[in-house]
Ligand binder design. Structure first.
Ligand code: ATP
Ligand code: MG
Length: 423
């Protein structure tokens, strides 16, 4: 009963907790910085100093015409991280009248894309009827302003054209910062500035990240130096891999034999294929404490590239019964620690950590992995009215019932059994 009451309380506060806009930070909007006790505030980012300075210069100086600054590079090479860093740089914040962050999600409908972009630019959550010209509305919003719009992860040239068509050509020094792993998109959108192809991390940078994550300011024992550097080398400079492995070793005993095991696990991977990167993700997942796995797998229920509101997520976790009061820690504290641990292990990426709307996100490949695992564990099942057999082999814990109005008959009653403790 107590649990139900608590959930009811949370749900009644939902309207205040649901952010009007999940990804927009507009300059000159006062933010009440929340004091949050977080293990993760100030995620360690290594290298790319030159690239950061170059990007900031390109954004804040140069031609008055609208320019496009693109960052390209393979998945997991740190494009979004770098874009996010410069987007929040003080000199960049103060240079623009309006900043907005748009994350692509392979949406092919032009109108939906523009509505999403419009909402992010204006900080609203509007729906538009068919006859409204959203492109025109967006153009009016941007007109006369010096704007910076980040288009993170644009997947093809059509999406680029759809998104940028409404941008007014005013000589205000506005900028678009584009991240894409498709070089073709970057070249298609190019104006004055050549795309920046993001390099991989140097071995010293990978080691710096591993060392900082594992030891912080403490000095590390000499006996770990050689094997530590080998581990760094084995990550092949891919930030996603280095970051995940750093998360693994930071949580392990700092002894040579344990680190050697990690090195051996990595030795066979070439890390230029998604399969190998998945193995690194698996290694990180395997090292999560058992009780935290459901918390992580639950994230597969969000579509790819969703910015996950941390407060809402905690409400859902609680509603699913993942978290139970143990010892002196409150439920809120237990969930906060879980979130911090997911971020600490680099399985989730934090955004907006010191703002009043902290969010987190899964890297695309981590999301793929999460979905595969969640399916393996039968965490989610989909029962569809159009496929009568779809529930046959399922005993899922969370069921999403999708029904099609024409096929749905009221006398069909879907029953499912909750299976507990499947991990
Ligand atoms: N310079 C860095 N230092 C430390 N960690 C980094 C760095 N760059 C990226 N990372 C980490 O690597 C992971 C992948 O980074 P990111 O999401 O920025 O890659 P991406 O190039 O945008 O990938 P995608 O093409 O799939 O969108 C994240 O967990 C991020 O925190
Ligand atoms: Mg990205």
């Amino acid at each position: 009963m107590k649990k139900i009451r608590l959930i009811k309380e949370d749900v009644s506060q939902l309207p205040e907790k649901i952010p009007k806009n999940e990804s927009l930070i507009v300059v000159n909007t006062p933010k009440n910085t929340l004091e949050r006790k977080s293990l993760t505030t100030g995620k360690i980012i290594v290298g790319f100093k030159e690239e950061t300075n170059w990007l900031i210069t390109k954004l804040t100086s140069g031609p008055k015409d609208l320019d496009v600054i693109s960052i390209t590079g393979m998945p997991g090479s740190g494009k979004t991280t770098l874009a996010y860093k410069v987007y929040n740089d003080k000199s960049v914040c103060s240079h623009f009248n309006l900043r907005a962050w748009f994350t692509g999600n392979q949406e092919y409908d032009e109108k939906n894309l523009l509505v999403k972009l419009f909402n992010q630019v204006t900080g609203s959550d509007l729906k538009f009827s068919e006859d409204i010209d959203v492109a025109d509305k967006l153009r009016r919003q941007l007109f006369g302003k010096r704007y910076l719009i980040v288009l993170d992860d644009v997947w093809d040239t059509t999406a680029w054209d759809d998104l940028t068509r409404p941008f007014p050509e005013v000589e205000k020094g506005s900028r678009i910062l584009l991240t894409t792993w498709q070089k073709e998109v970057a070249l298609h959108g190019k104006r004055n500035t050549d795309p920046l192809k993001l390099r991989l991390l140097k071995s010293e940078e990978s080691w710096e990240l591993l060392e900082k994550r594992a030891f912080g300011n403490e000095s590390f024992p000499d006996e770990l130096l050689e094997v530590g550097k080998e581990i760094a080398q084995n990550c092949k400079g891919l930030p996603l891999a280095v970051d995940l492995i750093a998360g693994v070793i930071a949580g392990l005993e700092k002894t040579k034999s344990v680190w050697l095991e990690v090195r051996n696990n990595l030795n066979s991977l070439i890390l230029n294929s998604e399969v190998d990167v998945m193995k690194v993700i698996e290694l990180s997942y395997d090292h999560l404490p058992h009780h935290m796995k459901p918390f992580f797998l639950y994230l597969a229920s969000y579509p790819k590239d969703t910015e996950i509101n941390r407060d809402l997520l905690k409400i859902y976790w609680r509603a699913e019964g993942f978290v139970e009061q143990t010892g002196i820690k409150s439920l809120e504290e237990v969930m906060e620690i879980c979130l911090d641990n997911l971020i600490f292990s680099s399985l989730a990426i934090p955004f907006n950590e010191i703002g009043d709307n902290p969010t987190c996100q899964l890297h695309d490949l981590v999301h793929d992995f999460c979905l595969i695992k969640a399916r393996e564990e039968k965490l989610f099942g989909e029962i569809s009215s159009s496929d009568a057999s779809s529930s046959a082999d399922l005993m899922p814990r969370i069921v999403n019932i999708v029904y099609n109005k024409e096929q749905f008959e009221l006398n069909i009653l879907v029953q499912f059994k909750k299976e507990k403790a499947f991990w």
